[in-house]
Design a protein around this ligand. Structure first.
Ligand code: PLP
Length: 455
């Protein structure tokens, strides 16, 4: 230790810590309430390094300088994902209540792994999970945990599915997962991690996986299939598989049905889209990402099991120092996924839902569904565009007639350079296209038509 140094300097309440907290909260308040926020864009690594300079040193640069570097150099090099004209990938649009409450979650040093340490937080998270399960038609005994993202949620559910098959005494030479060719890349990632094989089943021309195709795959591969994954809103097109017909087949074969609704399942909250998800109530497990269309900050995925015991049997970690937690019957979120230490990342959603009520969520989701239909009509009416598929949810994919891949790239870069919008090219069956992923309630028809005008 440096002679005369105070080892508690960074932790104790002093003039220094008070000034730091005030500085950071003032910045947070300003960002949360900002009405004009540039879209921003990444700088090349060398330029960023030059502008940021060296910030880590033996004695620190101080909070004022560090925050100033963040505000003026680092933050402007991060795209504003909650901008209404961020329309790429899947945007993020946290409600103000959820984003503000995320500050509280950090400030309170909450631990969300065990009932013993975080009962109050776990109770509130579980209320949200139960509410979601009810919306999806699962029984009141369903439950699960908020994990980091859909990728980890899908992996955890599939691990539980395989464990359930093992418990039934199934011992194939090779384990298999059946899913659509349009399933999300995280299913293939889970298969690699688990060292199992993917059976990719062709979807119809409309992109939907159906029970008949799943039946063929199950007949061919028999017992080696431990799970069928139905996609409730593909990421590229927002296509919902025919879950009801798939559920009939998985019930008949006694195979675990997992529903990947990371992006799309939130749309079930809207009366406009609810009918598309018939069959979800039969899922053995499902995921939906609050950081996508449930308007929560990064990063959160709700993973729900029909029978949470199956998640627990697959995932509980055992260690001498943990016995005091695992030998009780308490509900500990750590037990339901591939993780141990966790922040209660479901709390921002809980606070926001409690604040505004579920109807506000239904209205916000409905608005995006309607906007997607209106811009699809507009695209249909313009001679220079072709709609690739009629949108089911809120992803609108279209081509600018006559454009090559390079035209889309140049146009997309220009839109971002001009700080107009963030719309990256996508592709389907080898053809480049443009895609609007609409879920920010502040996105308007005028925003979207003005972007079409630039093409
Ligand atoms: C986004 C998405 C995922 C992955 O979720 P992350 O939170 O990004 O890990 C999985 N499946 C679907 C359908 C998605 O849209």
């Amino acid at each position: 230790m440096t002679h005369g140094a105070n080892p508690a300097r960074m932790h104790e309440i002093s003039d220094e810590t008070t000034a730091i907290v005030d500085l950071v909260l003032a910045y947070s308040r300003e960002r949360l309430l900002a009405t004009e926020n540039p879209l921003d864009k990444p700088l090349p690594p060398a330029e960023l390094a030059r502008l940021a300079g060296r910030t880590i040193s033996e004695h620190g640069i101080g909070a004022r300088k560090a925050l100033s570097t963040f505000e003026h150099v680092l933050a402007p090099s991060c795209i504003t994902t909650d901008d209404p004209q961020y329309l790429s990938f899947i945007p993020s649009a946290p409600t103000k209540a959820s984003a503000a409450f995320d500050v509280v979650v950090s400030a309170s040093a909450l631990y969300g792994g065990s009932w013993l340490e975080g009962a109050g937080a776990v109770h509130a998270e579980n209320e949200v999970l139960r509410w979601l399960a009810g919306e999806f038609g699962l029984p009141a005994t369903a439950g699960g945990v908020f994990v980091q993202g859909g990728t980890l949620g899908n992996l955890s559910a599939l691990v539980a599915a395989r464990e359930a098959a093992r418990e039934r005494g199934v011992r194939p030479d090779r384990w298999r997962i059946v899913c659509s060719v349009e399933a999300h890349s995280s299913i293939a990632s889970a298969a690699r991690v688990m060292d199992v094989e993917i059976v990719s089943v062709p979807s119809g021309d409309d992109g939907m996986l159906r029970g008949t195709a799943v039946r063929d795959a199950l007949s061919t591969h028999g017992d080696s299939v431990f799970a069928v994954v139905a996609t409730a809103g593909s990421t590229n097109f927002g296509i919902v598989d025919d879950i009801a017909s798939i559920a009939e087949v998985t019930a008949e074969f006694g195979v675990w049905l997992h529903v990947d609704g990371a992006y799309g399942l939130a749309a079930m909250l809207s009366p406009l889209a609810r009918h598309r998800f018939a069959g979800v109530e039969s899922a053995d497990s499902l995921v939906v990402d609050p950081h996508k269309w449930l308007f929560a900050p990064f990063d959160a995925c709700a993973l729900i099991y029909r029978n949470p015991e199956q998640g627990k049997r697959a995932h509980t970690q055992h260690a001498e120092y943990l016995d005091t937690l695992t030998e009780t019957g308490d509900w500990s979120p750590s037990d339901y996924a591939v993780h141990l230490t966790r922040r209660p990342r479901g709390l921002p959603l809980w606070f926001s839902l409690a604040t505004y009520g579920a109807a506000a969520y239904r209205d916000a989701i409905t608005a995006s569904l309607e906007l997607a239909q209106r811009i699809a009509d507009e695209i249909d009416e313009r001679d220079e565009f072709t709609l690739v598929r009629r949108p089911q949810l809120s992803a609108v994919v279209f081509e600018r007639n006559g454009w090559q891949k390079s035209d889309y790239s140049v146009w997309s870069s220009r839109l971002l350079d001009q700080q107009h919008a963030f719309v990256t090219p996508s592709s389907h069956r080898g053809r480049t296209n443009a895609r609007f992923a609409i879920l920010n309630p502040r996105t308007t028809l005028e925003h979207l038509t003005a972007i079409l005008d630039t093409m």
